[in-house]
Design a protein around this ligand. Structure first.
Ligand code: NAG
Ligand code: NAG
Ligand code: NAG
Ligand code: NAG
Length: 178
């Protein structure tokens, strides 16, 4: 957690389909998402992610932060699974080494996301924000391993990019609540 990662997005945000939330509770998703702009999280992205969980429509801001923690953890776990699949398939020793590093990096991220989710549950939002700040290094660190050989392209750039976005939302929502 040494470096300060101020820029969340590795690459421009993917445009996600926006599912509208019918009945937004006061202090619900649209209220919270409206306040996260300064943290590189767009309103539309925030709404799209929160809308993917049915609990969001009735959650208060604390509940939304808990839901986001769950979604970030699910995402980190899914990235690790993809890395494992790719590892089993890769015959290129360089790519294999990179993917092994990435697996370790995401192991660490998963552990820190769990700690962050626990901090959110204890309403220690500042601690959660700091943990997410460290977690945000994972996708960039993983991508950096592939950069050692310029001709090699990362087979998990999409996953790294998406994880960067969702971890950024995790940091932003805890920052909003602290
Ligand atoms: C990768 O291969 C190992 C050994 O063949 C196997 O145990 C493991 O389940 C495989 N993992 C995935 C994700 O396919
Ligand atoms: C891994 O290889 C199997 C069998 O060749 C293939 O079906 C699968 O799609 C590959 N998975 C990935 C993630 O590349
Ligand atoms: C998070 O909290 C759960 C439940 O209180 C606990 O079992 C788990 O060990 C904690 N995990 C971390 C990483 O702090
Ligand atoms: C991870 O988060 C992205 C949004 O950045 C989302 O599109 C993707 O479906 C999520 N994947 C999983 C497995 O949760």
């Amino acid at each position: 957690m040494a470096r300060k990662n101020n820029i969340c997005l590795l690459f421009p945000l993917l445009v996600l389909p926006i599912i509208s939330i019918a009945a937004d509770a006061a202090g619900g998703p649209s209220t919270v998402c409206s306040f996260l702009g300064a943290s590189y999280v767009s309103y539309d992205y925030c709404m799209a992610v929160l809308s993917s969980d049915p609990r969001s429509s009735t959650a208060d801001p604390h509940g939304l932060a808990l839901i986001t923690g769950d979604l970030v953890l699910a995402n980190a776990t899914a990235v690790r699974s993809t890395i494992e699949l790719l590892l089993n398939n890769s015959s290129d020793p360089f790519i294999h080494t990179c993917l092994s590093h990435c697996r370790k990096i995401y192991e660490g991220a998963i552990s820190d996301v769990r700690k962050a989710a626990n901090a959110t549950a204890r309403r220690n939002y500042a601690a959660a924000e700091e943990l997410f700040d460290g977690v945000l290094n994972a996708p960039a660190d993983c991508e950096a391993t592939f950069a050692a050989r310029p001709v090699a392209s990362s087979p998990i750039v999409k996953e790294d990019n998406e994880f960067s976005d969702i971890a950024c939302l995790g940091r932003a929502i805890n920052n909003y609540l602290k």
